[in-house]
Write a protein that binds this ligand. Structure first.
Ligand code: NAD
Length: 287
């Protein structure tokens, strides 16, 4: 039985994940604003530092895995918090506990992204890039200048997160250290987050009208089963993947966009990555 970190443990999918891990006999260290082992505000750098220090203290020096579920939905008026918690509150926590995950055997990480990464039109690439540059002031400046709504800031934060997962997962510090880092991209799941959107007049109709081919909303306990699966040995060969669990919304809009072949204009990069892999393998395998 192992020790697992779950952020956003007080509600929704984080809570369901923590419950299922405990039922399996694991020890869970939960982080949230309330009802958690570690009370920390992940929107501030002090809160994140406190959380990282406490995870080190409570874990005994090793983690078998982590599920990063803390986040805010696309509620108007919460733009700054959406950006800080969804992106910084995930990436900085993971960087701060990487040493503990590297101590675990075949440890696994599941990051909560979203299908808003692929199903929201017009996410400005420079906004996603500002997240990746970790320039919070730039994120806010672009958002204000272009009058970007909360939904797009949410989508950009989750897109930047998915890109961070895919880029980071295959590095020496993560895959090379035996850590499997992957993301989930849920659609509308009936948690307090979606209940809030349904109770907000500006967002309710859009949520209800959005295409979901299988109909209705997802169930947080069902999603937690997938998180458990992605934290289990069944996921030993999963690395840098973004798994969509959205009742078919992404496939509805984007059936032919993914998967796709390497395009001719991408060949230089492809060949460079082939070259890079030779070096990567030498270091990973100590050749
Ligand atoms: P939820 O609102 O039920 O739970 C989120 C948790 O995050 C809450 O317990 C909240 O207290 C915590 N949190 C918020 N701000 C925090 C802060 N500053 N510091 C520490 N903790 C904080 O949400 P959920 O629906 O279970 O969502 C879980 C994750 O999945 C989120 O990252 C969300 O963006 C993502 N997601 C949700 C849906 C959905 O439809 N519910 C869809 C796609 C992605």
């Amino acid at each position: 039985m192992g020790v697992y970190l779950v952020t956003g443990v007080a509600s929704g999918m984080g809570k369901s994940t923590a419950n299922q891990l405990r039922w399996q006999g694991h020890r869970v260290i939960g982080i949230d604003l309330h009802h958690a082992d570690i009370i920390a505000d992940l929107s501030t750098s002090e809160g994140r530092k406190h959380a990282i220090d406490e995870v080190h203290r409570l874990s005994g020096g090793r983690l078998e895995g982590a599920a990063l579920a803390a986040g805010l939905g696309p509620i108007p008026g919460r733009e700054e918090l959406i950006a800080k918690v969804n992106y910084w509150g995930t990436v900085e926590i993971l960087e701060g506990i990487r040493d503990l995950l590297a101590e675990g055997i075949d440890s696994k990480v599941v990051v909560f992204s979203s299908n808003s990464t692929t199903t929201l039109p017009g996410l400005p690439p420079n906004l996603v890039e500002a997240f990746r540059e970790r320039d919070f002031d730039k994120v806010m400046e672009i958002s204000k200048q272009a009058r970007i709504p909360a939904t797009a800031i949410y989508g950009a934060s989750k897109t930047a997160l998915a890109h961070w997962v895919r880029e980071t997962a295959t590095t020496m510090e993560w895959a090379g250290a035996g850590i499997r880092l992957n993301a989930l991209a849920p659609g509308a799941i009936r948690t307090p987050m979606v209940e809030k959107q349904l109770a907000t007049p500006e967002t309710a109709q859009a949520v209800l009208d959005f295409p979901v081919p299988v109909g209705g909303f997802g169930n947080p306990d069902d999603i937690a089963h997938w998180v458990i699966f992605m934290l289990s040995p069944a996921a030993n060969f999963l690395c840098g993947s973004v798994i969509f669990l959205d009742g078919g919304t992404d496939a509805w809009f984007r059936a032919k966009d993914y998967p796709g072949p390497v395009r001719p204009e991408q060949m230089d990069y492809y060949m460079q990555r082939m070259e890079d892999y030779r070096e990567f393998r030498k270091i990973r395998d100590g050749e």
